[in-house]
Ligand binder design. Structure first.
Ligand SMILES: C[S@@+](CC[C@H](N)C(=O)[O-])C[C@H]1O[C@@H](n2cnc3c(N)ncnc32)[C@H](O)[C@@H]1O
Length: 286
């Protein structure tokens, strides 16, 4: 069973009852920590310190091995990742684990890709921890939108092109109201869509139906800020097929708006040649 493999010490997240006899000691703290978008150098100093001081780290799929290694030999690492449509450890179980370990008096780090409060379910975990009376601290991380935009050299706001930026998810099940579309199709605004590669075609078509021109600029950035970063540019009419032809892997993020057509000549040449930016850092595991 997948869940049984999710804990690195072989214990199943569903078997916490087995530990019910364990007596709580002084209650530990849970740190909700943002690991940033991938490049280990984009981790904050505070996140790095908290990782070093951790007894146990519960981490997502998007946290790289290099960042996990920064914790050193002491902390136990537990994978509690979720993938689209394939939830390895249910959210509720993750929250129970955080509470369980904190009640054992451990220093617990919940390490998440990007920032814990941007499409990261950090708010739900904070609520669960507060309700259980567990002390919690939040350490922000660089969210994928900021990391990817910087490393593709796309300014999310620009005095000539964009006066605001809106983060949204491609996993919007409820659909959107006409007011939403009015907000999403402002010409002086940048949209950044997380988790939307599968829905890119439909979303671009809807933006066109709701008033944006078919040559409106779009860029998709996959594995941003890592040595494997790839950027594909196009328009509302072409980007879905271009991204498909390029076979972009996950994670990928989409930037829509006039700024998506900007970047330095050097960055665009690199994208076209498929070369990796030599300045993107690589930190070897300790
Ligand atoms: C569940 S959300 C988590 C977002 C995260 N909390 C953050 O602040 O970046 C996962 C989505 O973030 C985006 N993402 C995260 N890391 C990325 C990266 N290195 N390159 C491109 N997109 C990334 C992708 O859209 C991915 O599907």
């Amino acid at each position: 069973m997948k869940t049984e493999r999710s804990l690195d010490d072989g214990r199943c997240p569903g078997c916490l009852d087995m530990w019910a006899h364990e007596q709580p000691q002084a209650i530990g703290t849970v740190y909700l920590v943002g690991a940033g978008p991938g490049d280990p150098e984009l981790l904050t100093r505070k996140a790095e310190r908290v990782l070093r001081e951790a007894d146990i780290i519960l981490h997502d799929r998007l946290v790289s091995p290099e960042i996990l290694a920064l914790g050193g030999p002491k902390p136990r690492r537990i994978y509690v990742g979720k993938q689209c449509g394939n939830h390895h450890v249910p959210q509720r179980r993750t929250e129970e684990l955080l509470i369980h370990y904190a009640r054992q008096g451990l220093n617990v780090v919940r390490l998440k890709g990007g920032d814990p409060f941007i499409f990261g379910r950090g708010g739900e975990e904070l609520d669960a921890l507060c309700a259980a009376g567990i002390r919690c601290e939040v350490v922000p991380g660089i969210t994928a939108a900021l990391g990817c935009a910087a490393s593709a050299q796309i300014p999310l706001t620009h005095r000539d092109h964009s006066r605001s930026v809106l983060f949204l998810t491609g996993h919007d099940r409820e659909g959107r109201s006409p007011e939403d579309w009015a907000a999403l199709t402002r010409r002086d605004r940048t949209l950044v869509m997380y988790m939307g590669l599968g829905a890119l075609d439909r979303f671009c078509a809807a933006l066109r139906r709701n008033g944006l021109a078919e040559d409106w600029p779009v860029a998709v950035i996959a594995e941003g800020t890592t040595a494997r970063q790839r950027v594909v540019r196009g328009t509302l009419a072409t980007i879905a097929s271009r991204a498909g032809e390029a076979g972009l892997p996950s994670p990928a993020l989409t930037i829509i708006g006039k700024v998506a057509a900007t970047a330095s000549a050097e960055a665009i040449a690199r994208e076209t040649s498929g070369e990796t930016d030599p300045r993107l850092s690589r930190v070897e595991p300790a």
